[in-house]
Ligand binder design. Structure first.
Ligand code: ZN
Ligand code: ZN
Ligand code: ZN
Length: 382
């Protein structure tokens, strides 16, 4: 078998580092611990995490079946066998079963699995496939694969941390260019188009989002860039991210100003910066995820802006932009080394708003920030 060591970035993280062959056994063991007889993983982040295969999501079934005990196998449409073989999945000796157009791939999976009592389905499996599996495996209780894979995916390996750091450096380079594109008279959409081009030019393989929210739109945390023209005195929330060739995602927010923003904005921007700093400082192993949310919320509430911080403090990030662990009240799970997540408090009183977001990794000695772009308010001349 040919061993392809594909360098995915300048620091030479290799695909085998990112997607080690041991993942299959780890996933099977996790399935057993979660009380599942098998995992059924269709194209998406769960499948990619386990064997590195970035498969096309199509109506034809591609499915990695991982019995808790027994041999895993990958069922793919005949025409996609070469693509599966060329992926990291092709390097680890997994049993690859191509199915022909007139065959029933669900029956192939069911026949090989026997009679499982419980199966874990990829969280992003299409309903089309969920129902076909229900019919093909009528005795199997269906659960989410994240019951088994969630804790594994949440704790990043050193190679995964480096892949996230590479993504963070790429998005930081985009933010460094934003002040040059920010001018009165331009529209949010024009700025978003410049950003979108730069996200790709700086090394991402896909743009996931480019939020440009100016003036009163800055008070809407998930505003879609539109035809509003930038004006003197605007604050502009720029929240951008993409997916790297490694599969790992970036996500970073900075708030900019055109000319001199209103005095009350400047007052709460400082509160926000302090809150973001306090939340980062609260990160260490054993601390509950909700304590990091509280650390961000307390100074904002104390300053009288608590009602305007309308979302959780953060979300895990990896092969998906939003994944475990969520940094939110009610999540008492303790942070562990390798957890990677955003810290992104916001204050949105209107007719302006602000958010500051970095990706951090929990290490033994606290939070390691992956984004390093300045958090001071960057103001461009009006
Ligand atoms: Zn968001
Ligand atoms: Zn985010
Ligand atoms: Zn974001």
């Amino acid at each position: 078998m040919r061993l392809v060591v594909a360098a995915v970035n300048e620091r030479n993280i290799t695909m085998p580092d990112l997607y080690p062959a041991s993942r299959l056994a780890d996933a099977a063991a996790a399935a057993g611990r979660a009380g599942l007889d098998a995992l059924l993983l269709t194209p998406g982040p769960d499948l990619r995490y386990v064997v590195g295969y970035d498969a096309h999501a199509l109506e034809r079934l591609t499915c990695l079946a991982i019995p808790a005990s027994g041999e895993p196998f990958l069922v793919v449409p005949r025409l996609e066998v070469p693509a599966a073989q060329a992926s990291p999945a092709g390097q680890i000796g997994i049993d690859l079963i191509g199915w022909d157009e007139t065959e029933d791939p669900y029956a192939i999976v069911a026949g090989r699995l026997g009679a499982p009592a419980a199966v874990g389905l990829a969280d992003r499996m299409w309903a089309l496939m969920v129902l076909r599996f229900q019919a093909a495996l009528p005795g199997a209780r269906q659960e989410l694969a994240s019951r088994a894979l969630g804790p594994l995916r949440a704790r990043k390996s050193p190679a995964e941390v480096e892949a996230l750091a590479e993504a963070a450096r790429a998005i930081d380079r985009v933010h460094a260019q934003v002040p040059g594109w920010l001018r009165p008279g331009r529209t949010e959409r024009q700025l978003a188009a410049d950003i979108t081009d730069a996200i790709l030019a700086e090394g991402h393989s896909r743009v996931d989002f480019a939020i440009v929210a100016s003036g009163p739109n800055a008070a809407s945390p998930h505003h879609t860039a539109a035809d509003r023209v930038l004006r003197d005195g605007d604050t502009v929330v720029v929240d951008i991210g993409g997916t790297m060739p490694s599969g790992y995602c970036s996500d970073c927010t900075r708030t900019y100003a055109v000319g001199t923003p209103p005095a009350e904005f400047l007052a709460y921007y400082q509160v926000l910066k302090d809150a973001q700093e306090a939340a980062c400082a609260a990160v260490r192993p054993g601390v509950r995820a909700e304590s990091v949310d509280a650390a961000a919320r307390e100074p904002i509430t104390a300053a009288g802006f608590g009602a305007y911080f309308v979302h959780r403090t953060g979300h895990g990030i990896g092969l998906e932009t939003h994944e475990d662990p969520y940094i939110v009240a009610g999540n008492a799970e303790p942070l562990m080394p390798g957890h990677a997540f955003s810290i992104e408090p916001g204050i949105y009183p209107g007719p302006h708003g602000a958010r500051i977001e970095d990706i951090v990794v929990c290490t033994d000695s606290g939070a390691q920030r992956l984004n390093t772009a300045t958090r001071e308010l960057v103001s461009v001349p009006a």
